[in-house]
Design a protein around this ligand. Structure first.
Ligand SMILES: [Zn+2]
Length: 879
C-alpha cells in the first residue's frame, strides 16, 4: 500500500482553519459558551487564524475524504485478523492492537508483551533527530495470554541460576551466538565472549546451532521465565507469599452511604477467591530422543507450526502470576478500619471473637500486633466473618467525618515490613483527609490557575506523599485506592502513592449503593483476582549503539536504569524510550531484552525475560513504513502527561503539535515522491496519527477547561501513565457502535463508526466505549418498538437517564445489547457503568466529549481543523 494522499486546493485549506465555526463544527451553539468561539489555550489557538482569515461561510469539506481510524482498524482486521502471527522475523510489524490474532513465539516477544513505535530504527542519531519519531517500546511484562496461545515456560537451572553474560549481565537468549564447538558464546548485546558452563555444554550442528536449541526455551523463544536463586531475593531469603490488607474508612460518609456494609458482606465471599498457588497445569507427556518432554495440553499451535519444543529442562504453564488450580491461597489477609484513628484487628484462627487494637497517635504510626494480624483466610474464616459482620454495626452511629490518609498507608506498609513480605493495601476512602496528622490535605483546587503558567501546580502531589511512595516501593507495598468522594479530594496527591507503587485508583463520585454498588463490586473483584507480581525490578538491556534513556509508567526510578515497582499487574505497561550513542548496523539490527524480577502470588521469585529484535536502516522510509501509530500515541500521551506537571500546559500542547507536523514534514521531504505542496501526504502507517494526537490534545488532562473537575483531570493523567497500548488506543479513539440496525442473532458486534456527531442519527441507538466509560446514546426519533425492547418504556420521552435505568429484558434486542456490553467490559481492566444519554438532553454533554473527530466540548479543534492546521505547519517547515 502506498502513502496516503489527501488532496484539495490550497484555498480550501485556508478556509478550513478559518474562524470559530469549524467546518465540522458539532451542533453549533447548542451548549452556548463551550461550543463557540476560539478555544482558549489551544495550541497557539491557531495563531492569527480567525482574524487573518475571516470571511464568508465556506462550503463543507467531505469528512469522508480524510483518513478514518475505523477504516484502518477494519482493514487490518480483514487483512490480518484470525491469523497466526509468528515472531520469527526481525523487525516485523505486528497486527494492530484492535485486530484479533494468535501469536506464536518463534524467537521474539509477542506484541502483547512489547510493542514498538517503529520496528526499524534509524542507523544514526542524526537520522533520529531529523525525523523526530520517538524510538520507544511499550512493555507490558505480565500481559495476559489468551487461552489459545502457549503459556510461558519456566527454566530452572537449580543452584546455578540463570545464565548471564559476564560483562553486560544479559540473560541467555536466542541472540547469543555459540562458537568454538559450543564451548563459548558471544553475547548479542555487548559482544563479550563467555565460557559455556559445563552443565550447559552442548554440541553444535553443521549450521553452528546448538543441537538442543529447540529443547530450550531460552535459546528459541522470545519470552520465558527463569526460576530465580536466592541471590535474586531480598536478604538472600526466599520470599513469603504476599499479603492483602483491607483498610476501610468507617467515617460518617462511608457508613451512611451503605458502602461499609456492602463491602464487608462482599469480602466474606471474595476472600474465597483470592489468587491461588498453582498446581502445575502442564503434563509431562511424551518422550522424544530419550528425553521426557513437557508440552502444553491441547495446544494445537505447537503441533502445527515450527519445530515442537521438547523441554526436558523446564516447566510450562506454571508461570501465571495468577496461578490457578490449588485448593487454598497462600495470600494472607489483614484488616484495619479507620477515621481519625486506626483500629487493627486480631483475627487469629481459634479466637472466639476478633480483638480490636486502637492506635490513636497517628503521628508516630506503629503496628500494635504482629501475631494474628495477617492470617490465612481458610484458617481464620469464622473469626474474619465474625469481624465483617460486626464492623458495620460497630460504627453505625458514628458522627466522625474527619479522616487521616497517609498514616493509614504508613501503617499498612509497616505491617508488611514487620511480616517480612510484600503485598497490597486496599483502601476504601471517602474524603479529603483533613484530620490533624501527617499528610493532612486542604482544598487547593483553584480554577483561576487554569490556562496560566501555574496550572501545572494543580497536578503536583504534596511532598510527603512522594516520600511515602518511595518507602512503599522500597518495601514492596502496593496501594490500591477505592475513592468515594462527594467533593474535591486532591486526586493529584491522593493518587500519587497508588501511581508510584503500581496500584490502581477507582473513583465513585457521590456513591449510592443502589446505583453504583454493582459497578464498585465488579471493579473490586477484578482487582483482587487479577494476575499480579510483587516486589519487582525491571531492567532493559540493548545491543551496542543505543540504550534506554527514559521510562514512563506507574513506576519508581531510584537510579537511571532500574525500574522499581512495588507490584505490577497484567494491565500495567512501562513505556521505554531509546537514544543512540553510536551508529547501528543494518546487518545486526537492534536487540532489546527486558528482564523483570518479581515475586509470584505464591511467593516464588522469578525472572521474566522478553526479547525483541528490530531492524535498523539508513533509509528513513523504512522507519516510517514500520511505524505503529497506536504505540506512538501511547508514548506521546505518557510523555505529555509527565511533562505537564513541570511545564505550562500550553507549552506541552505546542510541543505535541510541532512534533506532529515535524514528523510528517520529514516524511514528506525525504520519503514521499514529489507532488504539489497543496497535497497533504501521510505515511501509510501513520495516516490516522493526527486524529489521535488531536484527541490527546483535547483530553481532559491537557485541555485546560474550568468546566472539568481538577480531580477528574488528575485521575485521567495518572491512569494513562500505567496504560498499555490497547487501553490508550481505546481511550483516545473510542468505539461508537450502532445498535439500531444490528443483527440480533449471533455473536458479532456491529462495525464501529467514526467518532463524530455526523455519524449519529436521530432514529438511532449507539453505544460508545473507551475502556473507562460506557454510554448508550438514544436518538429522538428512535422507533418506539426498539425503545420498548431496550428500555421497557413506550417512548423517547419516558426514557430516564437517572440511575440504572437500563433493564435486562427477555427479548432479542435487549439480550444482544447486554451481550455486547458484557463482551466489552470483559475485555477491559475496569468495569464500566453504563450511562444512558438522550439526544439534545443535558445528559449528552459528557458523551459528546468523546466524539473525538468533532470540535471539543471543552475546547480543542475538530479533526478536520487540526489536520488543516498541521498541513499548514508542514508546508511552512518545507519552505
Ligand atoms: Zn553481554
Amino acid at each position: 500500500m502506498g502513502p496516503m494522499v489527501w488532496y484539495h486546493p490550497v484555498k480550501t485549506l485556508f478556509q478550513c482553519v478559518d474562524g470559530p465555526h469549524g467546518l465540522v463544527s458539532a451542533c453549533p451553539g447548542q451548549y452556548g459558551g463551550p461550543m463557540g468561539g476560539p478555544q482558549p489555550g489551544y495550541p497557539g489557538a491557531f495563531p492569527g487564524g480567525a482574524a487573518q482569515m475571516a470571511g464568508p461561510p465556506q462550503k463543507k469539506l467531505d469528512p469522508d475524504s480524510i483518513p478514518s481510524t475505523t477504516q484502518v482498524i477494519e482493514d487490518d482486521q480483514t487483512k490480518r485478523g484470525g491469523q497466526v502471527y509468528t515472531t520469527n522475523l526481525r523487525g516485523q510489524v505486528p497486527p494492530l492492537v484492535t485486530t484479533d490474532f494468535v501469536v506464536q513465539d518463534q524467537g521474539n516477544a509477542s506484541p502483547r508483551f512489547m510493542r514498538c513505535t517503529t520496528y526499524s530504527f534509524p542507523c544514526t542519531s542524526d537520522l533520529a533527530k531529523q525525523c523526530q519519531v520517538p524510538l520507544a517500546t511499550i512493555i507490558k511484562p505480565l500481559a495476559t495470554i489468551p487461552k489459545n496461545e502457549a503459556p510461558l515456560y519456566v527454566v530452572n537451572h537449580g543452584e546455578a541460576g540463570p545464565l548471564r553474560c559476564n560483562r553486560c549481565k544479559a540473560y541467555m537468549c536466542p541472540y547469543m551466538q555459540f562458537i568454538d564447538g559450543g564451548r563459548r558464546y558471544q553475547c548479542g548485546f555487548c559482544n563479550c565472549v563467555n565460557e559455556v558452563p559445563v552443565f550447559y555444554f552442548q554440541h553444535l550442528d553443521h549450521m553452528g546451532r546448538r543441537v538442543d536449541v529447540y529443547e530450550r526455551p531460552e535459546l528459541s523463544l522470545g519470552s520465558y521465565e527463569y526460576a530465580a536463586t536466592l541471590d535474586y531475593c531480598r536478604n538472600n531469603k526466599p520470599p513469603s507469599p504476599p499479603a492483602f490488607i483491607f483498610m476501610i474508612d468507617v467515617s460518617y460518609a462511608n457508613i451512611k452511604s451503605g458502602l461499609v456494609k456492602m463491602l464487608c458482606e462482599e469480602l466474606k465471599t471474595l476472600l474465597d477467591r483470592l489468587p491461588r498457588r498453582g498446581k502445575n497445569p502442564w503434563k509431562l507427556r511424551r518422550v522424544r530422543d530419550g528425553h521426557e518432554q513437557c508440552c502444553c495440553q491441547s495446544n494445537e499451535l505447537s503441533e502445527s507450526a515450527g519445530p515442537l519444543l521438547s523441554l526436558p529442562h523446564c516447566e510450562r504453564g506454571t508461570t501465571g502470576p495468577g496461578e490457578e488450580g490449588a485448593e487454598s491461597s497462600g495470600v494472607r489477609v489483614g484488616f484495619v478500619t479507620y477515621n481519625k484513628i486506626l483500629h487493627f484487628y486480631n483475627v487469629k484462627g481459634g479466637l472466639a471473637q476478633p480483638q480490636m487494637m486502637v492506635v490513636s497517635d497517628v503521628a508516630e504510626m506503629f503496628v500494635p500486633l504482629l501475631d494474628g494480624f495477617l492470617v490465612n483466610f481458610q484458617e481464620s474464616r469464622s473469626v474474619i466473618n465474625n469481624l465483617l459482620d460486626q464492623i458495620p454495626d460497630m460504627f453505625a452511629d458514628t458522627n466522625e467525618s474527619e479522616t487521616v490518609f497517609a498514616p493509614v498507608i504508613q501503617a499498612g506498609m509497616e505491617a508488611l515490613k514487620a511480616a517480612e513480605c510484600s503485598g497490597k493495601l486496599f483502601l476504601f476512602h471517602s474524603s479529603l483527609p483533613t484530620a490533624e496528622a501527617p499528610g493532612k490535605l486542604r482544598n487547593r483546587d483553584d480554577k483561576k490557575l487554569i490556562n496560566t503558567d501555574k496550572e501545572k501546580t494543580l497536578f503536583q502531589p504534596q511532598r510527603l506523599y512522594e516520600q511515602l511512595s518511595k518507602e512503599c516501593v522500597a518495601s514492596g507495598c502496593c496501594v490500591d485506592l477505592f475513592l468515594f468522594p462527594s467533593q474535591y479530594v486532591d486526586m493529584a496527591t491522593m493518587g500519587e502513592v497508588p501511581l508510584r507503587t503500581g496500584g490502581s485508583v477507582y473513583k465513585y463520585c457521590n456513591f449510592q449503593v443502589e446505583v453504583d454498588g454493582d459497578h464498585f463490586l465488579c471493579d473490586l473483584r477484578k482487582d483482587v483476582e487479577k494476575p499480579i507480581g510483587f516486589d519487582a525490578i525491571m531492567r532493559v538491556r540493548t545491543s551496542t549503539g543505543f540504550r534506554a534513556t527514559d521510562f514512563f509508567g506507574a513506576v519508581y526510578m531510584n537510579n537511571t536504569t532500574d525500574v522499581e515497582m512495588a507490584a505490577i499487574d497484567c494491565h500495567k505497561a512501562v513505556t521505554v524510550e531509546f537514544k543512540h550513542d553510536d551508529t547501528l548496523s543494518e546487518e545486526t539490527g537492534a536487540l532489546i531484552q527486558c528482564a523483570l524480577l518479581y515475586t509470584t502470588i505464591s511467593g516464588q521469585r522469578r525472572l521474566r525475560i522478553h526479547n525483541l529484535a528490530l531492524n535498523c536502516s539508513s533509509q528513513l522510509a523504512d522507519l516510517y513504513k514500520s511505524c505503529e501509530t497506536d504505540a506512538l500515541v501511547n508514548f506521546f500521551a505518557k510523555s505529555a502527561y509527565r511533562a505537564m506537571v513541570n511545564q505550562p500546559l500550553k507549552t506541552v500542547r505546542e510541543i505535541l503539535v510541532n512534533q506532529t507536523a515535524h514528523m510528517l514534514a520529514c516524511y514528506r521531504k525525504n520519503c514521499a515522491s514529489p507532488s504539489a505542496v497543496s497535497q497533504l501526504i501521510l505515511p501509510d502507517a501513520m495516516k490516522v496519527f493526527p486524529v489521535y494526537m488531536n484527541s490527546l490534545l483535547k483530553s481532559a488532562a491537557l485541555v485546560g477547561s474550568v468546566e472539568l473537575s481538577t480531580d477528574e483531570r488528575a485521575l485521567h493523567r495518572q491512569t494513562v501513565t500505567g496504560m498499555g497500548v490497547e487501553e490508550s488506543q481505546a481511550l483516545f479513539y473510542p468505539r461508537l457502535i450502532p445498535l439500531h440496525n444490528m443483527e440480533v442473532d449471533g455473536e458479532a458486534i456491529p462495525t464501529p463508526l467514526r467518532c463524530s456527531e455526523e455519524r449519529l442519527s436521530e432514529g438511532g441507538l449507539f453505544l460508545l466505549e473507551n475502556g473507562r466509560q460506557l454510554f448508550l446514546w438514544l436518538g429522538q426519533a428512535c422507533p418506539p418498538d426498539l425503545i420498548q425492547n431496550i428500555f421497557n418504556v413506550p417512548s423517547f420521552a419516558h426514557v430516564s437517564c437517572e440511575g440504572n435505568s437500563l433493564p435486562k429484558l427477555d427479548n432479542p434486542h435487549s439480550k444482544k445489547l447486554w451481550s455486547i456490553v458484557s463482551h466489552i467490559t470483559g475485555q477491559r481492566p475496569h468495569s464500566m457503568k453504563l450511562l444512558v444519554v438522550k439526544q439534545k438532553d443535558r445528559s449528552e454533554l459528557p458523551f459528546r466529549q468523546h466524539l473525538v473527530e468533532d470540535k471539543g466540548v471543552h475546547g480543542g479543534a475538530s479533526y478536520m481543523d487540526f489536520l488543516c492546521y498541521v498541513h499548514r505547519e508542514i508546508r511552512q517547515l518545507l519552505t
